[in-house]
Write a protein that binds this ligand. Structure first.
Ligand code: TRP
Length: 371
């Protein structure tokens, strides 16, 4: 398969989403669109192809439809600011909760410490910020379990240890390349994140779905294999389903939003004026001169402002209108950015107000370790 390998800790940009279907056996979500929307209602996540692929989502939906216990699992590395890339996952949590699933949301502090080398104090601070952002965005805490990977229940750690006995070092090398102990422990921690809702101790959920970016697929494939191998020892385990969303590019035109480049992302917690100035400087699909733009039209497919509309800020009517105006050369980037800035300002004002309220009581929702 040429040189196509997914690296969960790398910074590759998956340009050729099609390859994922071909090489890794993912299925397109568009074939399930009607069924998804008949259960969960209309959502831009699916109608706009933001969540573009899945494994076994149809089986997960079977369980939802017959009223079985269904759970969603996801995790966040609390290693930097909470930005619009993270909001995309929040939107998916909210959508699956609406379908009736319970959410298990890991703060991947073990991983942030091992892989990103973030100081513990910073990780704990960030974890509170992440949880408060998720709730402020609409994740329903009464239908969610938020937990720190290093501060959870014994059965979760038992599962992690049992999982580690079902894998060989050469398998790990084949999947991850290097096998540093910290990383490998983070891998098994994530396996336990994904499978633990199926244990009796956590409610014996029949089906689990994991919404991730395609870079996380190596973890998913390994977890699915481990679920099979553990089945005789751990009753109730089955292969988790997964969904894959497109990764947002950097506002600066970089391949991926990254916390290491502040111009590449807008944090949901940064001062609104800073956020707006990042937007005003964002990379667009504009032409070299206004005259050219009027004559040839802009290229929304390349434009980060358009990507913000598409993933977050615009409803369907507005999206269509902007797209057509841009393509037709009827609107220039400066003018368009002002429209986006207004939407961004409204969104952030409302969000930050909610966030501040929730942050005051966030420790009611997550139990932090002492260090
Ligand atoms: N590894 C994920 C990341 O890099 C975070 C994560 C931890 C996760 N546990 C998970 C994702 C369980 C999905 C499911 O961001």
């Amino acid at each position: 398969m040429e040189n196509f390998r997914l690296d969960p800790w790398g910074h590759i940009y998956i340009e050729e989403y099609e390859k994922l279907f071909k090489y890794f056996g993912l299925s397109p979500t568009k074939d399930l669109l009607k069924r998804i929307e008949s259960i969960g209602g209309k959502s831009r996540l699916y109608s706009r192809g933001i969540v573009f692929a899945h494994r076994d989502l149809d089986k997960f939906l079977d369980v939802i439809e017959r009223g079985g216990k269904a759970a969603l699992v996801t995790g966040f590395m609390p290693s930097g600011p909470f930005h619009f890339g993270h909001k995309m996952v929040a939107d998916q949590i909210i959508y699956f909760q609406k379908m009736g699933a319970r959410a298990f949301i890991a703060m991947a502090d073990a991983e942030a410490y091992a892989v990103r080398r973030i100081p513990r104090k910073k990780i704990l601070e960030n974890a509170k910020i992440y949880v408060a952002n998720l709730i402020a965005l609409g994740v329903r805490p009464e239908r969610a379990t938020f937990y720190m990977q290093t501060n959870y229940e014994p059965a979760y750690y038992r599962l992690m240890q049992m999982a580690s006995s079902k894998v060989t070092i050469s398998e790990l090398k084949a999947i991850y390349g290097d096998v540093e102990p910290g990383k490998i422990i983070a891998v098994f921690t994530q396996v336990a994140d994904i499978l633990h809702p199926m244990l009796d101790e956590f409610g014996r959920y029949e089906a689990v779905v994991v919404p991730v970016g395609p870079d996380q697929d190596p973890h998913i494939r390994l977890t699915r294999d481990i679920a099979e191998r553990l089945r005789s020892d751990v009753p109730g385990l089955s292969k988790p389903a997964s969904t894959y969303h497109k990764l947002m590019r950097g506002l600066d035109g970089g391949e991926k939003m990254s916390s290491s480049r502040p111009e590449s992302y807008i944090s949901l917690n940064e001062p609104i004026e800073t956020a707006i100035s990042k937007l005003m400087n964002a990379y667009t699909g504009g032409r070299a001169t206004a005259e050219e733009q009027r004559r040839l039209g802009g290229i929304p497919e390349k434009c980060m402002v358009y990507e913000l509309y598409l993933y977050h800020l615009a409803d369907d009517d507005m999206l269509r209108e902007i797209y057509e105006k841009c393509k037709g050369g009827k609107i220039l980037c400066g003018e368009d950015k002002k429209i986006a800035a207004k939407l961004l300002r409204e969104f952030l004002e409302e969000h930050q107000r909610k966030f501040n309220e929730i942050y005051k009581v966030v420790e009611d929702y997550i139990s932090l370790p002492r260090y």
